[in-house]
Ligand binder design. Sequence first.
Ligand code: IMP
Length: 201
Amino acid sequence: MADKSTIVVASNNPGKLKEFALLLPNFKIISQSSLNITPEEELGETFFENSLQKARVANNVSGMISLGDDSGLIVPALNNLPGLRSARYAHENATDEENRQHLRKELEALDLNQTKAYFVCVLVLVQVSADPFPLISTGLLEGSVKTTMQGTNGFGYDPMFYPKDSNLSLGEMNADDKALLSHRGKAIQVLKRKIEGFVSE
Ligand code: IMP
């Protein structure tokens, strides 16, 4: 049987991994790269499909409980982009900085300094690859994106994203404050309750 105190996070994104370690302190969080698991191309048409695929690939190789996270930034004024393409918005191997600059240019092309946006996170946890009962949870964070960048904390689009009713960007918040309100923080809180039931069985 799989070691239930360890969760393989099916991501190589150091920003995400730090957030999982912070938010799931009762589990040993290990990255798929530490097990030499290579992510497959994301071919799904939804965050859910990609998240499930990531978790399955990690579980196939590791045989351990695996957690997929597919998340992204939705900007309605940009036809919901970057969306599923958030990690590779500027180009296939883009850095976070290149993606932020690309988003800034796309907004400026529409004469927008600021517009509504939201982050989504879909988590899928599997115990076996063809798990008939994957644990699924989602989280949403509403706010706006601005072309001015503030702060250097977090990762991805954090310096451009201002949660609703906040004067601070996510890039200006510390990890604990971001975790309290973020899409990933909310999805993890829901998942945690489901995992507790599942692990104690
Ligand atoms: P994924 O690895 O395909 O799920 O890509 C997620 C991408 O969405 C990241 O590379 C970031 O660009 C963006 N993203 C997701 N969550 C966050 C967040 O919490 N802050 C900032 N950017 C995020």
